[in-house]
Design a protein. Structure first.
Length: 106
C-alpha cells in the first residue's frame, strides 16, 4: 500500500524529530499522522487519475469491452475515493457524470 521507505521515514519518531520543527510530543505525533494521511490521500488520488486515463485510452481504442470494463473500474475507483473522504462527494459525482457523457458519446 504505502512504500516501506516512506512509511519508515514518516513513522519513525526519531526521523520526525529530525525533520520537523515540532517541539512537543503531541505535535510530533500529529506530524506522523498527517504524513501518513497525506501519503494515503496521494495514493488514492493517483489511482483515480490512472483509472480515468485508462478509460480515456479505452475510448481512443474504440474497443467496446475495454471501454465498459474501464468505465466500471473508473466509477468504482471514484466512488471509493469519495467514500474515504479523499475527494468531495460532489466532485466524485461530477467526475462520474463526465465519464458517463464520454461513454454515451461512443
Amino acid at each position: 500500500m504505502v512504500s516501506e521507505a516512506w512509511y519508515n521515514l514518516y513513522c519513525s519518531r526519531k526521523k520526525r524529530e529530525e525533520l520537523t520543527l515540532a517541539n512537543h510530543k503531541s505535535a510530533l505525533k500529529r506530524v506522523g499522522i498527517t504524513a501518513k494521511k497525506n501519503l494515503r490521500n496521494r495514493m488514492i488520488t493517483s489511482q483515480v487519475k490512472t483509472a480515468v486515463k485508462s478509460f480515456d485510452a479505452a475510448i481512443a481504442s474504440e474497443d467496446k469491452a475495454a471501454i465498459e470494463s474501464s468505465y466500471v473500474n473508473a466509477v468504482s475507483t471514484v466512488d471509493k475515493a469519495a467514500a474515504k473522504g479523499v475527494i468531495h462527494k460532489n466532485a466524485a459525482n461530477r467526475k462520474k457524470s463526465q465519464l458517463a457523457v464520454k461513454l454515451a458519446a461512443k
